[in-house]
Write a protein that binds this ligand. Sequence first.
Ligand code: UGA
Length: 434
Amino acid sequence: MKIAVIGTGYVGLVTGVALAEIGHDVTCIDVDRNKIAELNQGIPTIYEPGLGEMMLRNQNANRLFFTDQHAKGLDGVEVIYIAVGTPQRADGSANLQYVEQAARDIAETLRDSVIVVIKSTVPVGTNHHIKEIINANVAPGIRVRIASNPEFLREGSALRDTFKGDRIVVGTEDPETGNILEQVYKPFGIPIVKTDISSSEMIKYASNAFLATKISFINEIANLCEKLGADVEEVAKGMGLDHRIGTAFLKAGIGYGGSCFPKDTNALVQLAGNHHHDFNLLKSVIEVNNHQQRMLIEKLITRFESLAGKRVAVLGLAFKPNTDDLRESPALVIIPKLVDLGADVICYDPIAANQGTRWISAPAVYTKNILKALSGADCAIIITDWPDIKRMEPDTYARLMASPIVFDGRNCYSISDVKQAQIEYYSVGRPSVI
Ligand code: UGA
């Protein structure tokens, strides 16, 4: 099938590459000429394991193209995906200007009837709004059908999530559109949930809100475990084996970050408010998360009388491993606070180190060398559970640091391993090792 994808951000690029991989003829369109130039040279514009190889393979097979020209990219296509960003507005609501612009661009360019699929995360009701924009601007006689098809991939495991996802959700008002999209996705062999458009839009928000709730819930349990002498890892294991609860997303830590959970939970609270529904549960989830990011700093302040002149090694900048994304990362809160408190901060990240100065204005040093970050440090703070940090022997801290005091926001090491090393160790929801 001939397909166009508008927007080459995380979702758009991965979708375009994956659809080409299963045999479709795909053109990705983006208004950013520099991005298109890089993509045309076979250089992926996001960091995602395995994406570069798959992209190049499909470009070489003439199944995957990139352009900044809508007329070129939309020529003769049967299905158009809108996968542009819906960033957060100051009031917490989703900013739809890019989705609306994509709809106008499509309408002005279309010469044949098509299906427009909205993959961007949008508030309930947006698909209908977009259909109205297209119908108001499209040439007479051209039929545009709309489908909602939310995305569930995670950064860092985007390809695995796309090819081995739990479900594909398609929301349409007419069965024929549903059947055509079923054909598009057939090679994936993933169960398809066909539903109405509003329910499909809600499935996306509800899923992210529920996962965020699981994280804030286990973080609150962790905070209580610390007070009562229990171990949250044991508690999460014991809870998760009940299949009604499940083990996933019960990892306590310094809270969720990234471009999705913070934005989508705020947008759902806002959407509920617009309909006179006070979503108190979700408001608490957000509040717990904000507090969780500050908890690690509070522990540090309790431990040290003053941080003035102390050398602090921050391990990890990205909001989670296997991505160079710093959006809503706890690092953005923690590093400026450390600098404010007078600390001399050196930050390590294997992939995102060079993004530090772009995102954080407070003076700090950034390095891709973990040994350099730890050498002579008075304490270390773990923000991201990168595999190389988790693999490191706890003893390394004792060997390299001036005083081996570790605040682990991701529970990277087992308490028994830490006890073997000569380090002072504070983690989340587990007994401290002093
Ligand atoms: C999330 C969802 O998991 C995807 O299904 C969804 O498609 C995506 O948002 C989106 O809306 O586009 P993502 O933000 O890439 O994906 O990352 P996750 O792996 O879900 O992690 C989000 C945050 O939660 C990270 O900061 C992570 O460290 C944190 N987390 C996750 C925990 O603190 N504990 C856990 O048990 C799991």
